[in-house]
Design a protein around this ligand. Sequence first.
Ligand code: C5P
Length: 227
Amino acid sequence: MTGNRLIVALDVEDAAAAEALLAKLAGVVTRVKVGLELYTAEGPELVRRLVGRGLDVMLDLKLHDIPETVARATSRAAELGVDLLTVHVAGGTKMMQAAVGAAAGRTRILGVTVLTSLTSRDLAEVAIEPSVEEVVVRRATLAMEAGLDGVVASPLEAARIRAAAPEDFLIVTPGVRPAASTADDQARVATPAAARAAGADLVVVGRPIRDAADPRAAAEAILRELA
Ligand code: C5P
């Protein structure tokens, strides 16, 4: 994969805030992620606008429902022209296959393995006993077998997934923090360069850019690390 490996998470309250952030990043960033906050506030209209402007949009709705519902929601997302859509691997093989079928090649489907905010202890609390790494690798394999285009995982598991996956299987890693940043609520983090070295194709960065005194400079520094 060539080109821009940075996906900027537009984790802001409304379209005006998203536009203000995008204006600061113009010409530097070509990939953005619309997640639960912004989608809840602005809905599909903003997504259409971003796509219409030539941005590659990752619609991070982390779908997790019965196969029929996920298939229908995936169809609507594909109609918006988004490049990437997320579903939870924990929804099961039939649900993932339903998403792939509904996308019909229009949108690439990514499986969320384990949220990067969770540790093995958090998983045990919700009755998932194996270690985070084991769960991530197992779920990445399931995602591959179900025909997904890639997975979302932390940089810490990217190397193990890369070793088991075909070259065109996308590994997208949030939990990326430049050396000088704080981890926030992320538990499984690494620097952009480490994520890339571990085999990540695309990295998602939110707060370290959104909250930077100079978001453009922050994005440029991350892109240099990823090059
Ligand atoms: O601010 P920060 O860089 O931590 O933002 C990471 C983004 O990636 C957030 O929008 C979060 O919802 C998303 N994400 C994540 N872990 C996943 C999947 C998505 O942090 N497994």
